[in-house]
Design a protein around this ligand. Structure first.
Ligand code: PRT
Length: 97
């Protein structure tokens, strides 16, 4: 397992914990409540995908990395929201090799 796997596993564990404990003041926790909810996650994924495309067109590597991270974070929140695991994503990618 490399560093990228570690950070994704660590982040997913934090997201699962926020979903479980819903701490006050946590943006992640707010996505699991009516405060923001599923629509907010889906809207963010749409917005960030547009921003990612624009960053790619501008060949802006820093922005591309930033938007990629935003998308991965919100994608992991969505998987947790659907009671899925980051291993479901990993298994799907592995199956394609
Ligand atoms: N990776 C992220 C992460 N990426 C984005 N965001 C939040 O997602 C929100 C929307 O992201 P945007 O890039 O669209 O932010 P923006 O451009 O300021 O847009 P607005 O929301 O202000 O409209 C912001 O409030 C960001 O802070 C994140 N919030 C949390 N995490 C991770 O989740 C962990 C737990 O954080 P809490 O949410 O504080 O529990 C953190 O330690 C981080 O590792």
């Amino acid at each position: 397992m490399d560093d990228a796997d570690d950070v994704i596993d660590d982040l997913f564990a934090v997201i699962e914990n926020r979903k479980e404990t819903l701490p006050e003041g946590s943006y992640t926790a707010s996505l699991f409540t009516h405060e923001k909810g599923e629509n907010a996650v889906l809207e963010k994924l749409g917005e960030e995908t547009t921003e990612l495309i624009l960053a790619a067109k501008d060949d802006d590597h820093e922005e591309l990395a930033h938007e990629s991270a935003d998308i991965v974070y919100h994608l992991l929140v969505l998987l947790a929201m659907k009671d899925m695991d980051v291993d479901d994503l990993r298994a799907e990618l592995a199956e394609r090799r």
